[in-house]
Design a protein around this ligand. Sequence first.
Ligand SMILES: CC/C=C\CC(=O)SCCNC(=O)CCNC(=O)[C@H](O)C(C)(C)COP(=O)(O)OP(=O)(O)OC[C@H]1O[C@@H](n2cnc3c(N)ncnc32)[C@H](O)[C@@H]1OP(=O)(O)O
Length: 725
Amino acid sequence: MCDKGSMAQYTRVSGFVGLITLQNPPVNALSAAVRQGIVDMVERALSDPIVKSVVICGQNGNFCGGADIKEFGTNMSGPPLVPMIDAIEAANKPVVAAIEGSALGGGLELALGCHYRIAHSKARLGLPEVTLGLLPAAGGTQRLSRLIGVPAALNLITTGIHVTAAQALQLGIVDQVTDHNAVEVAVTFSLSVAGQSMDARRISTYPCPLPSDFDALFEGVMQKVRQSARGAIAPVACVQAVRAAATLPYTKGMEREQELMATLFTSGQARAQQYCFFAQRAVGRWRMPSGARWETSKPMPVHKAAVIGLGTMGRGITVALAQTGLSVVAVETQEKQLMEAKQAVSGMLERGAKRHGVAPMLDRISYSQNIQAVAEVDLVIEAVFEDMALKTEVFQQLSAVCKPGTLLCTNTSALDVDKLASEMPNPELVVGMHFFAPAHVMKLLEVVYGPRSSPQAVATAMQLGKKMGKVSVAVGNCRGFVGNRMLMPYLQQAFFLLEEGATPELVDRALEEFGFPMGVFRMSDLSGLDIGWRVRKRDELVEPDMASGQSARIRQGSRYSPLGDLLCEQGRFGQKTGQGWYRYDKPGSRVARSDPWLHSFLVEYRARHGLVPRSIDHQEVLERCLYALINEGFRILEDGIAAGPEDIDVIYVFGYGWPRHRGGPMFYASMVGLAKILERLEHYQQAHPDVPYLQPSSLLRRLVASDSPPIHRWREVIKKYQSQL
Ligand SMILES: CC/C=C\CC(=O)SCCNC(=O)CCNC(=O)[C@H](O)C(C)(C)COP(=O)(O)OP(=O)(O)OC[C@H]1O[C@@H](n2cnc3c(N)ncnc32)[C@H](O)[C@@H]1OP(=O)(O)O
């Protein structure tokens, strides 16, 4: 017996078991049609006198990826989840969830409404709603807290982590884990409990186990959550909902869960986080201005890779490559550095393996001082010092040594990938792979292509990035690529604000309250002020003799602030020297303290340059720094360096600490309103006509003139704009 065509299929198996299979590929999300199917099929199974028990599973070995996120923000139709799950729990025949693949969000909540849960050993379970700016509002906060206790429920719900089947068993989320076919095991099991009362299996009737230190626990968790949430409201609402489970009867707790969800659901934060979810997936569908794209570009097989240069970046890249299971040749020409790197890489691999309970991949790596060792690899990532002449020399050696067809990747954060490629006999095999430090931890990878890079080379780098667990974004070649290029106006505005009367503390506080983990000055101290200084010297911007006067603040016809250079001249390189924009207890310390010296220095500097300090508020800091950065984002879109706003937003959320609940800079701009951004840029440009970064981009003007379409329609305007250039 079977009802085909519905998004939940009904079959009678083993004579007496109603098997309901969710059918909504690829993740069996609970769309309106799936919910309707479940309601109908459960009713059918329960009313069929032959059926003794029911099993719910998902098609293609995947239980359920939760509510259909695409339906959020639309006029949701179809049966709601809560009464559907309540009806399953109230059933007088045993209902067993057979969990294969994932049971996430509404999928796990559906399983929690079942009387038993049997999981395949490879299944993963979780309530990730918090990552979408929501909470598990189909009874998840109320049932999970009753089932596994408040501390464990708080951990799962406020972080959104996925747990393995073994962990779920240990926590008490599932009743059984099997290496066999979970559906068959569930069918047999369901028959073994058929006819029994299910009263003791209805989680909503359980009392919530209360920890003895109840108030202290919630206070502690709330404090921690508020700190790490950086202004996101969903994690706080999750704590409040679990607290309701611990203090209220089930029905009242459910009311509270719904109330909290209603606030979250209509918040801009949920929209921003759901945008991020889809943007993260959209960047995998890359395309180049030439028309080459992900579907039609086949990656080359990579079995063996090499890393050249084992400084901080090279070591991280080696670890990340080895963790994918690839064979890696790690090359460093200096013996001492090679030995140190070997020790450091082994340590990182061992610590990582211990955390994940697996064996470290030490034997995947061979170390060498000789570049000849890379002769047989399929792909090389060069990570030597950021110097064009040095990189060119290394690339020339590589093209002489490597087998034909080897992909040559440069890990550079700013150098010209095209220029490097143009020096090679096979420029089509050269791409940039811009990793972020620490390279084995940070999720972002910018894959930089030039006009000569072959689509196959881009596809290979993108696929390798994915294997390394990175969120890879394909971008065009230009100064700073996407991320660092947008950082330039942001940093510049921060310096100008200091000249005009702000302090590093004020600027940082405004940015941290916005949601960045660190303000611009604390971040500069952490990365090292000397890095930017070196770049500015290379660009011939640093002029040490011009200590005062108007000309000291003009370079190449535009306003320039030498503040960073002056600090570096004093040897103030940030945390590593114990002094930068802040002071530190000792070199290497992490706690930034206000520095009276710096404040006096700023006072003297302004006086020397005839600058009259004025009062600057948080709003101005945000508008100046963020709108200048966003403006550059529009220029990047104009230039075709990024294919769409999602690429920029993913880069900023995953690589630059942009708060996810604000969706990335371009999404944020769309929320603020493009007309408002344009108006503020025009305002600041009038006040600072010598700052080209404040000149509104043509694309921004064009979008405003086109009635500021929603972000998903920007690409149409961009395409039209580019075709008219
Ligand atoms: C009252 C409210 C009650 C409940 C609220 C919720 O349930 S909110 C939803 C909670 N669920 C999640 O957050 C899970 C989201 N999905 C994932 O984490 C992963 O997709 C998953 C299931 C682990 C599978 O990962 P995998 O890497 O295999 O695939 P990928 O992520 O690329 O997804 C494949 C395509 O499916 C789309 N998709 C995934 N989940 C959903 C979903 N819940 N709703 C709608 N669409 C979903 C995803 O966008 C991919 O689409 P594509 O067009 O191919 O890019």
